[in-house]
Design a protein around this ligand. Structure first.
Ligand SMILES: [Fe+2]
Ligand SMILES: [Fe+2]
Length: 172
């Protein structure tokens, strides 16, 4: 039975769409991880593979939220990742642009939750707002490291070793 916490139809559709966007993010990181693995940059590959897992966790978090509110999830077809990139710098510039796009999506979702007076969704989405600060910062740091170091030679291998040390974020 629908109670006072029933989610509106537009909100249900928008959160479902974000689940799809998170899965498409995961798909992109999966592809980029393989791309770096094939270049034998295993630290970069490892970092991107952890990011694939993080994006899957984001999708689950949104799904669990809708289920908690007794709402169904609407699933759409996933688009294949478009990653016409070659060098590590190009890869991380793509990652940064991608995360900036995701930030816009999260902000739009938050604005919708405000327009709908959906306070529970606003609270849930605050986690994603904070997460996007971290995602953009992480990507920007790697882009800047690659720019400073020239993105080749010994400094590239050093950065590859550094990224190999990434550990999964504690789930919240
Ligand atoms: Fe995400
Ligand atoms: Fe993250």
């Amino acid at each position: 039975m629908k109670g006072g916490n029933a989610v509106s139809g537009v909100m249900q559709a928008a959160i479902s769409q974000q689940i799809q966007a998170e899965l498409e993010s995961a798909y992109l990181y999966l592809a980029l991880s393989a791309h770096m693995e094939l270049k034998n940059l295993k630290g970069f590959a490892h970092w991107l593979r952890l990011q694939w897992e993080e994006e899957l966790a984001h999708a689950l978090k949104l799904q669990d939220y809708l289920l908690q509110r007794d709402a169904p999830i609407t699933y759409g077809a996933l688009r294949a990742p478009v990653c016409e990139v070659d060098t590590p710098l190009e890869v991380f510039e793509l990652v940064l642009r991608h995360e900036q796009k995701v930030t816009r999506l999260i902000n739009e979702l938050y604005a919708l939750a405000v327009a709908e007076s959906d306070y529970a969704s606003q609270t849930m989405l605050q986690w994603f707002v904070t997460e996007q600060l971290e995602e953009e910062e992480n990507a920007r740091t790697v882009v800047e490291d690659l720019r400073w170091s020239g993105g080749a030679g010994p400094s590239l291998l050093l950065l590859d070793r550094e990224l190999a040390a990434r550990v999964p974020e504690p789930s919240q």
